[in-house]
Design a protein around this ligand. Structure first.
Ligand SMILES: [Zn+2]
Length: 504
Protein backbone atom coordinates (compact mmCIF):
# COMPACT_ATOMS: atom_id res chain seq x y z
CA UNK A 1 0.00 0.00 0.00
CA UNK A 2 1.12 3.52 -0.65
CA UNK A 3 2.01 5.30 2.55
CA UNK A 4 3.89 8.45 3.32
CA UNK A 5 4.51 9.22 -0.35
CA UNK A 6 3.65 12.88 0.03
CA UNK A 7 6.42 13.38 2.57
CA UNK A 8 9.12 12.44 0.17
CA UNK A 9 8.05 13.76 -3.17
CA UNK A 10 7.06 16.96 -4.91
CA UNK A 11 4.96 14.98 -7.35
CA UNK A 12 1.19 14.82 -7.05
CA UNK A 13 -0.15 11.60 -5.65
CA UNK A 14 -0.86 9.60 -8.77
CA UNK A 15 -1.76 6.00 -8.87
CA UNK A 16 0.96 3.63 -7.75
CA UNK A 17 1.24 2.12 -11.22
CA UNK A 18 1.69 5.50 -12.80
CA UNK A 19 4.22 6.49 -10.17
CA UNK A 20 6.26 3.40 -10.85
CA UNK A 21 6.07 4.07 -14.60
CA UNK A 22 7.09 7.71 -14.22
CA UNK A 23 9.91 6.79 -11.90
CA UNK A 24 11.23 4.14 -14.22
CA UNK A 25 11.24 6.61 -17.13
CA UNK A 26 13.35 8.95 -15.00
CA UNK A 27 15.61 6.06 -14.02
CA UNK A 28 16.01 4.95 -17.63
CA UNK A 29 16.87 8.44 -18.85
CA UNK A 30 19.32 8.85 -16.02
CA UNK A 31 21.10 5.60 -16.67
CA UNK A 32 22.06 6.66 -20.19
CA UNK A 33 24.04 9.58 -18.82
CA UNK A 34 25.45 7.67 -15.87
CA UNK A 35 29.10 6.81 -16.15
CA UNK A 36 31.47 5.07 -13.84
CA UNK A 37 34.07 7.19 -12.11
CA UNK A 38 37.57 6.50 -13.30
CA UNK A 39 39.21 5.46 -10.07
CA UNK A 40 38.64 4.81 -6.41
CA UNK A 41 40.97 7.41 -4.96
CA UNK A 42 38.23 9.39 -3.29
CA UNK A 43 37.15 6.61 -0.98
CA UNK A 44 36.15 7.78 2.46
CA UNK A 45 35.32 11.27 1.26
CA UNK A 46 32.34 12.84 2.92
CA UNK A 47 30.00 13.05 -0.03
CA UNK A 48 28.93 10.82 -2.86
CA UNK A 49 30.24 11.72 -6.29
CA UNK A 50 28.37 12.31 -9.49
CA UNK A 51 27.47 9.04 -11.21
CA UNK A 52 27.97 7.07 -8.01
CA UNK A 53 25.10 5.08 -6.54
CA UNK A 54 24.57 6.89 -3.24
CA UNK A 55 21.41 5.16 -2.04
CA UNK A 56 21.60 1.44 -2.72
CA UNK A 57 18.93 -1.15 -2.00
CA UNK A 58 19.54 -4.87 -2.32
CA UNK A 59 16.27 -6.76 -2.01
CA UNK A 60 16.54 -10.54 -1.72
CA UNK A 61 13.51 -12.76 -2.04
CA UNK A 62 14.70 -15.90 -0.30
CA UNK A 63 13.73 -18.91 -2.40
CA UNK A 64 12.31 -16.61 -5.08
CA UNK A 65 12.84 -17.42 -8.76
CA UNK A 66 10.51 -16.93 -11.73
CA UNK A 67 7.92 -19.49 -10.58
CA UNK A 68 7.32 -17.61 -7.34
CA UNK A 69 7.26 -14.26 -9.15
CA UNK A 70 5.05 -15.41 -12.04
CA UNK A 71 2.64 -17.20 -9.70
CA UNK A 72 2.14 -13.97 -7.82
CA UNK A 73 1.48 -12.09 -11.07
CA UNK A 74 -1.00 -14.73 -12.26
CA UNK A 75 -2.69 -14.81 -8.86
CA UNK A 76 -3.10 -11.02 -8.75
CA UNK A 77 -4.98 -11.12 -12.05
CA UNK A 78 -6.94 -14.29 -11.29
CA UNK A 79 -8.38 -13.03 -8.03
CA UNK A 80 -10.34 -10.35 -9.86
CA UNK A 81 -10.75 -11.58 -13.43
CA UNK A 82 -11.27 -14.65 -15.59
CA UNK A 83 -8.96 -13.14 -18.23
CA UNK A 84 -5.67 -14.79 -19.08
CA UNK A 85 -3.04 -12.26 -18.15
CA UNK A 86 -0.61 -11.14 -15.50
CA UNK A 87 -0.45 -8.11 -13.25
CA UNK A 88 3.17 -7.07 -13.05
CA UNK A 89 4.77 -6.45 -9.70
CA UNK A 90 6.57 -3.20 -8.93
CA UNK A 91 9.97 -4.78 -9.44
CA UNK A 92 9.12 -6.77 -12.56
CA UNK A 93 8.51 -3.38 -14.23
CA UNK A 94 12.13 -2.41 -13.66
CA UNK A 95 13.91 -1.39 -16.89
CA UNK A 96 16.74 -3.92 -16.56
CA UNK A 97 16.59 -7.62 -15.80
CA UNK A 98 19.10 -10.44 -15.79
CA UNK A 99 19.42 -14.14 -15.03
CA UNK A 100 21.66 -15.29 -12.23
CA UNK A 101 23.21 -18.70 -11.60
CA UNK A 102 23.27 -19.87 -7.99
CA UNK A 103 25.40 -23.01 -7.67
CA UNK A 104 27.96 -22.99 -4.85
CA UNK A 105 31.41 -24.52 -4.35
CA UNK A 106 30.00 -27.94 -3.46
CA UNK A 107 26.64 -28.37 -5.18
CA UNK A 108 24.42 -27.10 -7.95
CA UNK A 109 21.72 -26.62 -5.32
CA UNK A 110 22.97 -23.92 -3.00
CA UNK A 111 21.82 -23.21 0.52
CA UNK A 112 21.15 -19.68 1.75
CA UNK A 113 24.53 -19.34 3.48
CA UNK A 114 26.72 -20.03 0.46
CA UNK A 115 24.29 -18.07 -1.74
CA UNK A 116 24.55 -14.93 0.36
CA UNK A 117 28.33 -15.39 0.65
CA UNK A 118 28.41 -15.26 -3.16
CA UNK A 119 26.15 -12.22 -3.40
CA UNK A 120 27.66 -10.28 -0.50
CA UNK A 121 31.36 -11.09 -1.05
CA UNK A 122 31.79 -12.40 -4.59
CA UNK A 123 33.14 -15.76 -3.40
CA UNK A 124 31.84 -19.28 -3.78
CA UNK A 125 31.85 -21.43 -0.68
CA UNK A 126 30.21 -24.57 0.66
CA UNK A 127 26.59 -24.77 1.78
CA UNK A 128 26.27 -23.90 5.44
CA UNK A 129 29.37 -21.68 5.48
CA UNK A 130 28.94 -17.96 5.93
CA UNK A 131 31.50 -15.57 4.44
CA UNK A 132 34.42 -17.96 4.84
CA UNK A 133 36.21 -20.09 2.24
CA UNK A 134 35.46 -23.82 1.83
CA UNK A 135 38.37 -24.66 4.17
CA UNK A 136 36.77 -22.34 6.77
CA UNK A 137 40.01 -20.45 7.24
CA UNK A 138 39.80 -17.27 5.18
CA UNK A 139 37.22 -14.62 6.05
CA UNK A 140 35.59 -12.57 3.32
CA UNK A 141 34.75 -8.88 3.55
CA UNK A 142 31.15 -8.05 2.63
CA UNK A 143 29.65 -5.43 0.35
CA UNK A 144 28.00 -3.86 3.41
CA UNK A 145 31.38 -3.59 5.17
CA UNK A 146 32.98 -1.96 2.11
CA UNK A 147 30.07 0.48 1.96
CA UNK A 148 30.27 1.22 5.68
CA UNK A 149 34.01 1.88 5.50
CA UNK A 150 33.38 4.33 2.69
CA UNK A 151 31.04 6.31 4.92
CA UNK A 152 27.70 4.89 3.85
CA UNK A 153 25.19 4.02 6.55
CA UNK A 154 24.08 0.39 6.50
CA UNK A 155 20.71 -1.20 7.19
CA UNK A 156 19.84 -4.92 7.32
CA UNK A 157 16.15 -5.87 7.30
CA UNK A 158 14.64 -9.35 7.26
CA UNK A 159 11.30 -10.98 7.91
CA UNK A 160 13.11 -13.92 9.51
CA UNK A 161 15.54 -13.73 12.41
CA UNK A 162 18.43 -11.29 12.01
CA UNK A 163 20.92 -14.09 12.74
CA UNK A 164 19.52 -16.19 9.87
CA UNK A 165 21.90 -16.83 6.97
CA UNK A 166 20.74 -14.16 4.53
CA UNK A 167 20.73 -11.10 6.82
CA UNK A 168 23.84 -12.46 8.61
CA UNK A 169 25.59 -12.59 5.24
CA UNK A 170 26.13 -8.84 5.39
CA UNK A 171 27.98 -8.73 8.71
CA UNK A 172 28.98 -12.22 9.98
CA UNK A 173 31.81 -14.66 9.20
CA UNK A 174 31.25 -18.08 10.73
CA UNK A 175 32.17 -21.64 9.71
CA UNK A 176 28.56 -22.69 10.28
CA UNK A 177 25.36 -20.73 9.74
CA UNK A 178 24.03 -22.43 12.89
CA UNK A 179 26.44 -20.49 15.12
CA UNK A 180 23.60 -18.14 15.96
CA UNK A 181 25.11 -16.61 19.06
CA UNK A 182 28.41 -15.81 17.33
CA UNK A 183 26.44 -14.28 14.48
CA UNK A 184 24.40 -12.12 16.87
CA UNK A 185 27.55 -10.94 18.65
CA UNK A 186 29.12 -10.02 15.30
CA UNK A 187 25.92 -8.15 14.45
CA UNK A 188 26.10 -5.83 17.45
CA UNK A 189 29.85 -5.34 16.90
CA UNK A 190 29.34 -4.44 13.23
CA UNK A 191 28.49 -0.82 13.93
CA UNK A 192 25.85 -0.91 11.18
CA UNK A 193 23.15 1.64 11.82
CA UNK A 194 19.91 -0.28 11.41
CA UNK A 195 18.81 -3.85 12.05
CA UNK A 196 15.12 -4.63 11.85
CA UNK A 197 12.54 -7.37 11.40
CA UNK A 198 12.58 -10.75 13.13
CA UNK A 199 14.23 -11.61 16.43
CA UNK A 200 17.31 -13.61 17.42
CA UNK A 201 17.37 -17.39 17.81
CA UNK A 202 19.93 -17.68 20.64
CA UNK A 203 20.33 -14.24 22.29
CA UNK A 204 22.00 -15.84 25.33
CA UNK A 205 23.75 -18.65 23.48
CA UNK A 206 22.91 -22.25 22.73
CA UNK A 207 22.93 -23.20 26.42
CA UNK A 208 21.50 -19.87 27.58
CA UNK A 209 24.65 -19.14 29.58
CA UNK A 210 26.24 -16.31 27.57
CA UNK A 211 25.94 -12.54 27.91
CA UNK A 212 22.59 -11.39 26.54
CA UNK A 213 23.17 -9.98 23.08
CA UNK A 214 20.43 -7.41 23.57
CA UNK A 215 22.33 -6.08 26.58
CA UNK A 216 25.49 -6.12 24.51
CA UNK A 217 23.71 -4.18 21.75
CA UNK A 218 22.69 -1.49 24.22
CA UNK A 219 26.28 -1.27 25.49
CA UNK A 220 27.39 -0.83 21.87
CA UNK A 221 25.06 2.16 21.59
CA UNK A 222 22.03 0.57 19.93
CA UNK A 223 18.52 1.68 20.72
CA UNK A 224 16.53 -1.54 21.08
CA UNK A 225 12.80 -1.45 20.35
CA UNK A 226 10.33 -4.32 20.22
CA UNK A 227 6.95 -2.64 20.21
CA UNK A 228 5.08 -0.93 17.40
CA UNK A 229 4.73 2.28 19.43
CA UNK A 230 8.45 2.55 20.22
CA UNK A 231 9.30 1.67 16.63
CA UNK A 232 6.97 4.29 15.16
CA UNK A 233 8.41 6.88 17.53
CA UNK A 234 11.95 6.44 16.11
CA UNK A 235 13.02 9.60 14.32
CA UNK A 236 16.07 10.58 12.25
CA UNK A 237 18.97 11.12 14.60
CA UNK A 238 17.93 8.11 16.70
CA UNK A 239 21.42 6.66 16.29
CA UNK A 240 21.98 2.95 15.82
CA UNK A 241 18.78 0.93 16.01
CA UNK A 242 17.94 -2.73 16.64
CA UNK A 243 14.21 -3.25 16.05
CA UNK A 244 12.52 -6.60 16.64
CA UNK A 245 8.93 -7.18 15.60
CA UNK A 246 6.42 -7.30 18.45
CA UNK A 247 4.74 -10.40 17.04
CA UNK A 248 6.99 -13.35 16.27
CA UNK A 249 5.59 -16.48 14.65
CA UNK A 250 7.66 -19.56 13.83
CA UNK A 251 11.35 -19.69 14.85
CA UNK A 252 11.48 -16.04 15.87
CA UNK A 253 10.34 -14.73 12.49
CA UNK A 254 7.77 -12.11 11.57
CA UNK A 255 4.37 -13.66 10.76
CA UNK A 256 3.57 -14.76 7.23
CA UNK A 257 1.87 -11.93 5.40
CA UNK A 258 -1.20 -14.19 5.17
CA UNK A 259 -1.33 -14.29 8.99
CA UNK A 260 -0.31 -10.69 9.73
CA UNK A 261 -2.94 -8.89 11.79
CA UNK A 262 -3.94 -5.38 10.81
CA UNK A 263 -1.81 -2.93 12.75
CA UNK A 264 1.15 -5.30 12.88
CA UNK A 265 4.27 -3.94 11.23
CA UNK A 266 5.10 -5.15 7.72
CA UNK A 267 8.33 -5.60 5.78
CA UNK A 268 7.41 -2.36 3.98
CA UNK A 269 7.14 -0.55 7.35
CA UNK A 270 10.63 -1.71 8.30
CA UNK A 271 11.98 -0.65 4.92
CA UNK A 272 10.37 2.79 5.08
CA UNK A 273 11.69 3.42 8.59
CA UNK A 274 15.16 2.33 7.49
CA UNK A 275 15.09 4.93 4.73
CA UNK A 276 13.94 7.58 7.19
CA UNK A 277 16.73 6.78 9.66
CA UNK A 278 19.58 6.24 7.20
CA UNK A 279 18.81 8.93 4.63
CA UNK A 280 20.49 11.84 6.37
CA UNK A 281 24.07 11.06 5.42
CA UNK A 282 26.25 12.83 2.81
CA UNK A 283 27.58 9.51 1.54
CA UNK A 284 24.16 7.85 1.51
CA UNK A 285 23.29 4.31 2.55
CA UNK A 286 23.31 0.64 1.64
CA UNK A 287 20.26 -1.31 2.77
CA UNK A 288 19.51 -4.99 2.31
CA UNK A 289 15.94 -6.22 2.73
CA UNK A 290 15.10 -9.91 2.78
CA UNK A 291 11.73 -11.51 2.20
CA UNK A 292 12.82 -14.58 4.14
CA UNK A 293 9.57 -16.49 4.44
CA UNK A 294 8.95 -16.90 0.73
CA UNK A 295 11.52 -19.63 1.15
CA UNK A 296 9.94 -21.10 4.26
CA UNK A 297 6.51 -21.27 2.61
CA UNK A 298 7.98 -22.98 -0.46
CA UNK A 299 9.86 -25.52 1.66
CA UNK A 300 6.41 -26.44 3.05
CA UNK A 301 4.83 -26.40 -0.44
CA UNK A 302 2.40 -23.65 0.64
CA UNK A 303 1.85 -21.52 -2.46
CA UNK A 304 -0.71 -19.24 -0.81
CA UNK A 305 1.69 -18.23 1.94
CA UNK A 306 4.54 -17.83 -0.56
CA UNK A 307 2.51 -15.64 -2.92
CA UNK A 308 1.36 -13.32 -0.14
CA UNK A 309 4.93 -12.98 1.06
CA UNK A 310 6.05 -12.07 -2.48
CA UNK A 311 3.37 -9.36 -2.41
CA UNK A 312 4.66 -8.11 0.97
CA UNK A 313 8.19 -8.15 -0.44
CA UNK A 314 7.07 -6.17 -3.49
CA UNK A 315 5.39 -3.64 -1.20
CA UNK A 316 8.75 -3.19 0.52
CA UNK A 317 10.39 -2.62 -2.88
CA UNK A 318 7.74 0.04 -3.59
CA UNK A 319 8.96 1.96 -0.53
CA UNK A 320 12.38 2.13 -2.18
CA UNK A 321 10.73 3.25 -5.42
CA UNK A 322 8.88 6.01 -3.58
CA UNK A 323 12.19 7.17 -2.10
CA UNK A 324 13.91 7.01 -5.48
CA UNK A 325 11.48 9.55 -6.90
CA UNK A 326 13.19 12.20 -4.81
CA UNK A 327 16.68 10.90 -5.65
CA UNK A 328 16.41 9.45 -9.17
CA UNK A 329 20.02 10.16 -10.12
CA UNK A 330 21.55 8.73 -6.97
CA UNK A 331 19.50 5.64 -6.21
CA UNK A 332 20.03 2.04 -7.32
CA UNK A 333 17.52 -0.68 -6.51
CA UNK A 334 18.42 -4.34 -7.08
CA UNK A 335 15.94 -7.17 -6.57
CA UNK A 336 17.10 -10.76 -6.75
CA UNK A 337 16.62 -14.21 -5.19
CA UNK A 338 19.27 -16.37 -3.57
CA UNK A 339 17.92 -19.64 -5.10
CA UNK A 340 14.63 -21.28 -5.97
CA UNK A 341 12.80 -23.31 -3.31
CA UNK A 342 10.39 -26.20 -3.72
CA UNK A 343 10.70 -26.77 -7.45
CA UNK A 344 7.54 -24.75 -7.76
CA UNK A 345 5.98 -24.50 -11.19
CA UNK A 346 2.88 -23.33 -12.98
CA UNK A 347 1.41 -26.59 -14.26
CA UNK A 348 0.33 -29.87 -12.72
CA UNK A 349 -0.47 -33.24 -14.29
CA UNK A 350 -3.96 -33.24 -12.80
CA UNK A 351 -5.01 -29.95 -14.41
CA UNK A 352 -2.90 -30.36 -17.58
CA UNK A 353 -3.14 -27.10 -19.56
CA UNK A 354 -5.46 -25.30 -17.16
CA UNK A 355 -4.88 -23.21 -14.05
CA UNK A 356 -7.31 -22.06 -11.39
CA UNK A 357 -5.36 -19.50 -9.40
CA UNK A 358 -8.56 -17.98 -8.02
CA UNK A 359 -8.56 -20.97 -5.63
CA UNK A 360 -5.37 -19.65 -4.01
CA UNK A 361 -7.35 -16.61 -2.87
CA UNK A 362 -9.55 -18.84 -0.71
CA UNK A 363 -6.66 -19.60 1.64
CA UNK A 364 -6.83 -17.53 4.83
CA UNK A 365 -4.08 -19.05 6.94
CA UNK A 366 -0.52 -20.23 6.33
CA UNK A 367 0.33 -23.86 6.96
CA UNK A 368 1.99 -22.88 10.23
CA UNK A 369 -1.02 -20.93 11.50
CA UNK A 370 -3.22 -23.94 10.70
CA UNK A 371 -0.84 -26.18 12.64
CA UNK A 372 -0.65 -23.87 15.63
CA UNK A 373 -4.29 -22.88 15.80
CA UNK A 374 -6.06 -26.04 14.64
CA UNK A 375 -4.06 -29.22 14.22
CA UNK A 376 -1.76 -29.17 17.24
CA UNK A 377 -4.59 -28.35 19.73
CA UNK A 378 -6.73 -31.06 18.08
CA UNK A 379 -3.98 -33.65 18.44
CA UNK A 380 -3.45 -32.66 22.04
CA UNK A 381 -7.11 -32.84 22.98
CA UNK A 382 -8.30 -35.85 20.99
CA UNK A 383 -7.51 -39.45 21.92
CA UNK A 384 -6.06 -41.18 18.88
CA UNK A 385 -8.79 -43.83 18.72
CA UNK A 386 -11.49 -41.14 18.59
CA UNK A 387 -9.80 -38.91 16.00
CA UNK A 388 -11.47 -38.80 12.58
CA UNK A 389 -10.92 -36.52 9.54
CA UNK A 390 -14.54 -35.33 9.64
CA UNK A 391 -13.72 -33.42 12.84
CA UNK A 392 -11.40 -31.11 10.95
CA UNK A 393 -13.35 -30.62 7.70
CA UNK A 394 -14.96 -27.30 8.80
CA UNK A 395 -11.62 -25.92 10.02
CA UNK A 396 -9.93 -26.99 6.78
CA UNK A 397 -12.65 -25.25 4.79
CA UNK A 398 -12.28 -22.06 6.85
CA UNK A 399 -8.49 -21.96 6.64
CA UNK A 400 -7.94 -23.10 3.06
CA UNK A 401 -11.30 -22.81 1.31
CA UNK A 402 -11.01 -26.50 0.53
CA UNK A 403 -14.40 -28.09 -0.11
CA UNK A 404 -14.01 -31.69 1.01
CA UNK A 405 -17.06 -32.88 -0.95
CA UNK A 406 -15.59 -31.60 -4.21
CA UNK A 407 -12.47 -33.72 -3.86
CA UNK A 408 -11.93 -36.89 -5.85
CA UNK A 409 -11.92 -40.23 -4.06
CA UNK A 410 -8.16 -40.36 -4.58
CA UNK A 411 -7.69 -36.94 -2.95
CA UNK A 412 -9.93 -37.91 -0.02
CA UNK A 413 -7.87 -41.06 0.40
CA UNK A 414 -4.65 -39.02 0.43
CA UNK A 415 -6.08 -36.66 3.07
CA UNK A 416 -7.29 -39.52 5.22
CA UNK A 417 -3.90 -41.22 5.00
CA UNK A 418 -2.13 -37.96 5.91
CA UNK A 419 -4.56 -37.35 8.77
CA UNK A 420 -3.73 -40.73 10.26
CA UNK A 421 -0.02 -40.07 9.83
CA UNK A 422 -0.42 -36.71 11.59
CA UNK A 423 -2.20 -38.52 14.43
CA UNK A 424 0.80 -40.81 14.74
CA UNK A 425 -0.73 -43.97 13.28
CA UNK A 426 1.73 -46.30 11.60
CA UNK A 427 -0.39 -47.61 8.81
CA UNK A 428 0.05 -49.88 5.82
CA UNK A 429 3.81 -49.48 5.60
CA UNK A 430 6.57 -48.46 8.00
CA UNK A 431 6.33 -44.68 8.31
CA UNK A 432 9.93 -43.86 7.55
CA UNK A 433 9.88 -45.48 4.12
CA UNK A 434 7.95 -42.80 2.27
CA UNK A 435 7.32 -40.21 4.97
CA UNK A 436 9.83 -37.69 3.61
CA UNK A 437 8.77 -38.01 -0.02
CA UNK A 438 5.14 -37.56 0.94
CA UNK A 439 5.40 -34.86 3.59
CA UNK A 440 8.95 -33.53 3.75
CA UNK A 441 9.08 -33.67 7.53
CA UNK A 442 6.07 -31.36 7.91
CA UNK A 443 2.72 -32.13 9.50
CA UNK A 444 1.41 -34.75 7.05
CA UNK A 445 -2.18 -33.48 7.05
CA UNK A 446 -1.25 -29.83 6.57
CA UNK A 447 1.24 -30.34 3.79
CA UNK A 448 -1.19 -32.65 2.02
CA UNK A 449 -3.92 -29.99 2.25
CA UNK A 450 -1.67 -27.33 0.71
CA UNK A 451 -0.48 -29.73 -1.98
CA UNK A 452 -4.05 -30.64 -2.94
CA UNK A 453 -5.03 -26.95 -2.83
CA UNK A 454 -2.08 -26.05 -5.04
CA UNK A 455 -2.63 -28.95 -7.42
CA UNK A 456 -6.27 -28.04 -7.99
CA UNK A 457 -5.04 -24.52 -8.78
CA UNK A 458 -2.51 -25.93 -11.26
CA UNK A 459 0.61 -25.35 -9.17
CA UNK A 460 3.16 -28.16 -8.89
CA UNK A 461 6.08 -28.87 -6.56
CA UNK A 462 9.06 -31.21 -6.93
CA UNK A 463 10.91 -30.76 -3.64
CA UNK A 464 10.82 -29.68 -0.01
CA UNK A 465 14.31 -28.23 -0.45
CA UNK A 466 16.00 -25.77 -2.81
CA UNK A 467 16.51 -26.38 -6.53
CA UNK A 468 19.32 -25.47 -8.91
CA UNK A 469 17.58 -23.27 -11.50
CA UNK A 470 18.83 -19.69 -12.01
CA UNK A 471 17.02 -16.79 -10.38
CA UNK A 472 16.01 -13.46 -11.91
CA UNK A 473 17.64 -10.17 -10.99
CA UNK A 474 15.96 -6.82 -11.63
CA UNK A 475 17.61 -3.39 -11.53
CA UNK A 476 16.43 0.21 -11.61
CA UNK A 477 18.40 3.41 -11.19
CA UNK A 478 21.95 4.61 -11.51
CA UNK A 479 24.15 1.94 -13.17
CA UNK A 480 21.14 -0.33 -13.67
CA UNK A 481 22.69 -1.40 -17.00
CA UNK A 482 25.35 -3.38 -15.15
CA UNK A 483 22.71 -5.93 -14.16
CA UNK A 484 21.59 -6.93 -17.66
CA UNK A 485 22.50 -10.36 -19.04
CA UNK A 486 23.20 -13.85 -17.73
CA UNK A 487 25.74 -13.93 -14.96
CA UNK A 488 26.70 -15.63 -11.72
CA UNK A 489 25.56 -14.62 -8.23
CA UNK A 490 29.19 -13.76 -7.39
CA UNK A 491 29.00 -11.08 -10.10
CA UNK A 492 26.32 -9.21 -8.17
CA UNK A 493 28.98 -8.29 -5.62
CA UNK A 494 31.32 -6.93 -8.29
CA UNK A 495 28.54 -5.03 -10.04
CA UNK A 496 27.52 -3.40 -6.76
CA UNK A 497 31.13 -2.47 -5.97
CA UNK A 498 31.34 -0.85 -9.39
CA UNK A 499 28.00 0.97 -9.09
CA UNK A 500 28.92 2.36 -5.69
CA UNK A 501 32.46 3.10 -6.87
CA UNK A 502 33.98 1.30 -3.92
CA UNK A 503 37.58 0.08 -3.96
CA UNK A 504 38.47 -3.51 -3.17
ZN1 LIG B 1 17.77 -18.90 0.81
Amino acid sequence: MMKDVKNRTMLPVWTKGFLIGALLVMFAAQSVSARASSDGTERNTATARSGQAKYVFLFIGDGMAMAQISSTEVYTTARSSKDIGITKLGFTRFPVSGLTTTYDAGTFITDSASAITAIATGNKTLSGVLNMDPAKKQRFKTIAEYAHEAGMKVGVVSSVTLDHATPAGFFAKVPSRSNYYDIAVQMVKSGFEYFAGGGLLQPTGKNKDQIDVIRMAKEEGYTYVNSREDFNALKPGAGKVLAVNATLQDSGSMPYELDRKSGDLSLADYTRKGIELLEDNPRGFFMSVEGGKIDWACHANDAGAAIHDVIAFDNAVKEALDFAQAHPEETLIIVTGDHETGGMTIGFAGTQYSTFFDKVALQKKSFIAFNNEVLIPYKKNTPRVQAKPADLIPAIRDAFGLDYNSLSDFQKEQLEFAFRRSMGDEIERPVAEDQYLLYGGYEPLTVKITQIMNQTAGIGWTSYAHTGVPVSTFAAGVHQELFSGYYDNTDIFRKLISAMNLTL
